[in-house]
Design a protein around this ligand. Sequence first.
Ligand code: COS
Length: 386
Amino acid sequence: MDFTLSPEQEILRESVRSFAENEIKPVARELDKNEEFSYETMAKMAELGLFGIVVSEQYGGQGMDYLSYIIAVEEIARIDGSHAATVAAENSLGIGPIYYFGSREQKQKYLPKLCSGEALWGFGLTEPNAGSDAANSKTTAVLDGDQWVINGSKIFITNASTDISAGVTVLCRTGTRDDGKPELSCIIVESGTPGYTAKPMHDKMMWRASNTSQLYFEDCRVPRENLLGTRGHGFHQMMQTLDAGRLSIGAMGLGGAQGCLDMALKYSREREQFGRPISRFQVNAFKLADMALEIDAARLLLYRACWLRDNDKPFSKEAAMAKLYCSEVMYRCANHAVQLHGGYGLMKEYDVERFYRDQKLLDIGEGTSEIQRIVIARHLGAFDRL
Ligand code: COS
């Protein structure tokens, strides 16, 4: 087995790492405090080519492999969860459905401005009463002549209500299947369409500098050709998008855990108690060793899942495993890192305090840890349908 990254992947890691340290780190704490989405760092991330990383150059993307994208998210998450969330949600959930399921016209129309970072796009799956039970979406779309008329609402949608949000892909009930289940289809809704409103959600515990939105559709009319791919394939499209998206949540866990270890190691080598650096106490050194061990295992699990995806092999189970494990590793690393900082770790002037809050989202977003266990257990054949 060859675990060596390609020269291009190494260069990408170095450039995103130095960008995150020089451009994101100095502003991250203040943006988090003010709950502010930064258009300035958004523009800089766009300039660095962090949007449309796996999209072919034909549509304005970077044409890189999935592992490269994951490395980029990992490096941003090592410094700040909010910025990593903006990048991950845009690449996987915003761009993904249009790139993989859209018509040539839809790709030509939307992808260039999404890949240049000029615009952002939302993934309209979750509803107030359809979280883990995502297929229970109640938003409806009814054909009226050449238009879909959409009614309903979505919640917790990343990147959908910034000044540069250009639209959202919405999962809607478009009828009833022959087997009696709802027919679910994805429909593109552009920002500014009458009847569509996107409002930012405030007072979040985590990812405070990323944009989270609530969406409302009231007799919102869009052209019939805004259907994404095949009618009735919406849920499959969303599930496939989430399989890939879960790798980027894994990358956020991995990068965040690495950031926690970096901060904990630095602090515990400088902080002296009882006349010596606290890293020299075995109880603390072992915490650092455990963090390093788990981060290494998480990285191997995640990169292996990316390798499967890059080589067109099934990766749904491995993505669920990577997402689950990386988020749990970050949880343990954030806990150790705050513990090693003692009282200072509880203060906002130390970044570990932010990492401790940000990690909680990873356990919940893009499928809770319980949902990942359901996906894994079903792949094992433990049970079939819920
Ligand atoms: N890729 C493609 N299709 C998939 C799929 C996948 N990974 N997983 C399921 N499907 C398909 C199934 O094949 C099935 O197709 P048919 O109805 O045509 O037979 C359909 O989707 C429904 O599958 P299933 O019956 O397994 O769905 P359930 O309602 O039981 O739900 C879980 C399955 C729980 C796994 C799913 O609802 C889920 O992932 N929930 C979490 C949602 C989530 O992550 N939300 C977070 C959003 S934050 S962006």
